[in-house]
Write a protein that binds this ligand. Sequence first.
Ligand code: F6R
Length: 240
Amino acid sequence: MMKLIKANDYNDLSRKAANILSAQVILKPRSVLGLATGSSPIGVYKQLIEWYQKNDIDFSEVTTVNLDEYVGLAPENPQSYRYFMNHHFFNHINIDKTKTHVPNGIADDLEKECEAYNHLLDEVDGIDMQLLGIGLNGHIGFNEPDGEFEKLTHVVNLNASTIEANKRFFEKIEDVPKSAISMGIKSIMQAKHIVLIVSGQEKYDILKQSLFGPVTPHVPGSILQLHSHLTVIYSCDREL
Ligand code: F6R
């Protein structure tokens, strides 16, 4: 089932998505949440923090697994996704940090790290709700357009377009890491409920292609059409 929800603007989108995540945690306090970084979810995290401060949500039993991390960036590096998650979310709520997971981008053996992350995903026994953004080239997590879908956690070379899109978070483009560790398509698709948030007119075409075009690894987000419980919240000027 695909549910499309049109939001009025970024703020509305953030509140709607936060409402859904919040309901998930209220209904199942021991939820496993799959989380994303980037611009899209910042408003969602901000809203959840506000509700936490009002005593409306309790994160003490929640486990989180993040989609991805840059290779070569340590957790204390402000550009790393671990830092992002602490800064934008975890530092402000009552989550047990040992239950928050982001791939380790500075692992000596990256292949081993991928295996360990897959093992972790097995151990937590499935993601209850996965919050997802989508890249301009259709990537989800850092599953870049390719000839086939990568099933499990893997090291990926980032596309020139992704490096270009992400340079806004760095001082200069040379500072953007060229590779990342990303959860695979199978792990994402095994989440019980996927909440995709998409904001901005520039994402309209890729969103439309992902949801209504052919399912192909050249548009990784297109696989979401096959998910049994997908909620898409989008704020673009046009209806889909
Ligand atoms: C981030 C991630 C990426 C982003 C995507 C959109 O953890 O996995 O797939 O969701 O690049 O990024 P924003 O939201 O910055 O447009």
